[in-house]
Design a protein around this ligand. Structure first.
Ligand SMILES: Nc1ncnc2c1ncn2[C@@H]1O[C@H](COP(=O)(O)OP(=O)(O)OP(=O)(O)O)[C@@H](O)[C@H]1O
Ligand SMILES: [Mg+2]
Length: 220
């Protein structure tokens, strides 16, 4: 757990470093070189105006990159700070974009705080399950439930009333399914897709409680 928390923090740092390098530092360096060259040239007012236009364009480009980067960072943070709210927003957006009725239930006993990797991975699992409902199910309704399970487990369940698919051995899982399963394994859990043609589809993931909750006295 601590290992994977460290890994995802490391991944995030690498992402930010890469983006700052490619999209911000490179553009600013280019601007500096251009301005330096420009200073040494004897030019008229028209040239100055042209150069100012170029500097303006480059500044806009850097700002746009920074905004995108901040947006990406906030996206991850929003998920880790208030997981239930983030899922609530996701479900609300899903309902706005589809004609499928979505019901979101958080049952008593679901932890108030989750670790950052738990929040991010559970959020992505629910997001992919809902994407599949929208793309493949033809469902009229979907239900998303977060609940305690037995004494030491937590369950995330996304079930629809759509056309379903026979999930026997011949069933071919796509990248979406593999990704959901991988994320469940990262959290020490297990994810199953239960479905039969004509009888809806249910994604059911179970996790040991201790894998999702921050250890007392830490912020992870
Ligand atoms: N809720 C659902 N209702 C009906 N069929 C589904 C549902 N979810 C998945 N499926 C079926 O299972 C297949 C595999 O889903 P999976 O998410 O793994 O891949 P995908 O959605 O086809 O592609 P992607 O890699 O973009 O997610 C789908 O192509 C679809 O046939
Ligand atoms: Mg999919």
């Amino acid at each position: 757990m601590e290992e994977s928390a460290r890994e995802s923090a490391g991944e995030l740092r690498r992402l930010v470093a890469r983006e700052l390098h490619d999209r911000v530092a490179q553009t600013l360096t280019g601007m500096l070189v251009d301005l330096e060259n420009f200073k040494t040239e004897p030019v008229g007012w028209d040239d100055v105006k042209k150069q100012l236009d170029t500097v303006q364009d480059s500044t806009r480009e850097v700002l746009k990159s920074l905004r995108e980067l901040l947006h990406d960072l906030r996206g991850e943070e929003a998920v880790s700070d208030t997981f239930v709210d983030a899922v609530g927003d996701l479900v609300a957006r899903f309902e706005q974009r589809t004609t499928i009725k979505a019901n979101f239930d958080v049952l008593p006993g679901w932890p108030k705080y989750l670790t950052t990797p738990a929040s991010v991975n559970l959020y992505r699992i629910i997001e992919e399950a809902l994407t599949n409902v929208r793309r493949h199910s033809g469902a009229r309704a979907v239900s998303i439930v977060l609940q305690p399970y037995l004494d030491d487990y937590m369950a995330v369940i996304v079930g629809d009333d759509g056309r379903g698919v026979d999930t026997d051995e011949s069933w071919l899982a796509g990248m979406g399914t593999l990704g959901m399963k991988e994320r469940a394994v990262i959290l020490g859990g297990e994810l199953r897709i239960e479905s039969h043609t004509g009888d809806g589809t249910t994604v059911r993931a179970i996790f040991p409680k201790e894998q999702l909750m921050p250890k007392p006295g830490t912020d992870q």
